[in-house]
Design a protein around this ligand. Sequence first.
Ligand code: GLC
Length: 796
Amino acid sequence: MNYGHFRADGSEYLITDVGTPSPWINYLQNGRYFATISANGGGISYYKSPLHGRITRYRINDVPPDRPGKYIYVRDVDSGEIWSLTWQPVGRDRSAYRAAHGFGYTRVEADVEGIASTVLFFVPPDDDQEIWRATLRNDSGRRRRLAVVGYVEFALGHALIDLINQCDDQHFNRVRYEPGLNSLFATKTYWVTETGGTQHQENKEWDQWAFFTVNRPVAAYETLRERFLGPFRNESRPLALETGTLSSRDTDYGNAVGVLQVDLELPPGGLEDVIFSLGVIPKAEFDRRKLATVTKYHRPTAAEAALNALRAHWDGVFRSARVETPDPDFNLFLNLWIPYQARIAFDVGRVASFYYWGIGRGFGFRDTAQDTVAVVLGDPARARERVLLLARQMRSDGKVYHHFTTDGRGEFTEHCDDPLWFILAVTEYIRETGDVDVLQKTEPFLDGPPGTILDHLFAVVSFARRRLGPHGLPIFGRGDWNDTLDYIGGRDGGESVWGGMFTVAMFNRLLELLSFLKTGVDLEDLTYARDRMREAVDEFCWDGEWYIRAFGENGRRIGAKENAAGRIFINTQSWAVIAGLQDGERLKAALDSVRKELATEYGPKICAPAFREIDPRIGLITRCVPGKKENGAVFCHPAAWLIQAECLLGRGNAAFEYFRTLLPNRVDADTFVAEPYVYSQYITSDEHESAGRASHSWQTGTAAWMYRIGLDYILGLRPSYEGLIIDPVIPSSWPGFKAERVFRDTRYVIEVANPDGVESGIVSIVADGAPVKGNILPISKNPECRVSACIRKVGG
Ligand code: GLC
């Protein structure tokens, strides 16, 4: 790869050329305190909410991009030379810099002016601050006097107000220095949380003190951007560094910054540590916690201990599954980078990245439900919390907030699919953990008395059964999984064929759970509803070679042969299989049509041909440039479902080929542009001149699904209420594979052999020396269980 590569053990992505085609970022976070950081030090910091709790600024749409960030400048006091410990913002010789993104930390190394430096950025699991631990070594052979200057630009509270009302908002900033603590404290005396910046003026202050501190005596400091950068300058060449004078004055207005200078004298070979940290202390606890909080990481040993805790945290995430197949990329991504990304998407709630500015929306209901299915493996407690959080976003009629913030606000829309994702989250949580008691847990409905989780599930069922169109399929409303099919059929809405399949699949899950529980609940009614929906799909939606996508106004068909654009959509092919539609020949034909009509060298497209004419009776998808986003891109998230569907038909070669094609490190980086170590939301398809270009990296459900589909369907190690299923569907070229999977407190150490070179067909399983009937490993009572299994040719 042109800009970097994985470390051999997969534990880091090493960026050898920091001039990446877009900012290649990482996340430093503990679920409360969040920071993004690129290989060049750019990024934001926020506490809990990127909208309401923004600590630092990030100038969106700026040139150059990716500014400001977490910057440490160095000034050679004798020569006046200035550089930064990350390549940006000063931008000295690019080849002098290298970066590494690891799990929860980023490290940048440089060799400039005879000073070798390393900065390690991370957030401790237990403290709401980010550490920037710099080490400088004098390799120049002469004595050096250096000013080392840490820099952040504050936002202090509401990110949108900071952006759109700075002329007034700046009058509420306060920054003051406390000499005894080597620390700056900053806050805002006005805080908006209830409105999006309307005329209504709220009567409160930001509830946090931000702090910026360093572990050495401060020689000088600055608090106002104008004084530090100087007029008509940016971060590349701050005036105060040229003159060598910082004002050391507090501020009570203006663009607030935190700048701390420490002076170092390094003999030849001398090595010194400078630890900056940036964080928050809630005002309610300020007096009690201030001293301990700001001084804690002044001690290198505390920073070491926090780094070890961080490593242990991520090891805990990764330890629930470990695979060893003949494909090294599959192993590396499935063992490390896919679960890493999935956990980040879950923790961040998909709201903040280089592409998502954290000011527009809260958690998505369907997004959160899907992110949960990956996290339940390593962290069932957090998954349970999320299931309960989702329950609290529901009305007693089953309707849910489309987007919500964790402090209790949300927005209702008319999407037909949202509530049904709750069934996915609950059933997957119980399959994994066996925690059926969660169903009796009570959570409030938004509009009335509390109900159990089981009541919430039935509220979803009633929602799904209420809103049916003339074909007996869900009324589309303002979208289904695809948010851009928002005016199907014009204002009143047509019907979603995918929504019908999805309903069948979710009802199947619920029926499976209820039959297992033997609750005594009468299943006839639910079975009846499921069967009617399945029949409606079978009867009205098959188009000869594939399933159509929707009915619009006057029964107009969308995703059908007569359409010039959007003739075929991926989701109604893969979900026909996932929903368990009955006609096997049709299912095969549907997936074959995907290959024929949608496959590209970058992966399968979401639909084709892309729309080139605006159609207000279909909606946003038709307004989007062809080949990007939902309008015909390789949208990675639904591509994962295609892999599941291929596996369900036993076609391991096809499934694995799609999986490999979609891996983010496969395309040349100058073409791909986005980070090669995480999935992007989409890859531009062959219908656009920038084919192969990926965008919206990190915050996509792709990681969660690829994780589960890689483990559950390709390797076939999938949880069920009765035990762990073993049913691999692999490339025929694999002689077998090994895997470890922690399930219900037992570590299953599994070896699968494929002596005939087939794609699927489990014939034997032996667990701890005893043959197992069928393909479900009964739940073991031992901490470890050794399993060998074999797939063979039928009759072989
Ligand atoms: C975005 C949304 C997701 C939606 C998808 C397709 O990724 O976050 O909820 O399903 O687009 O429109």
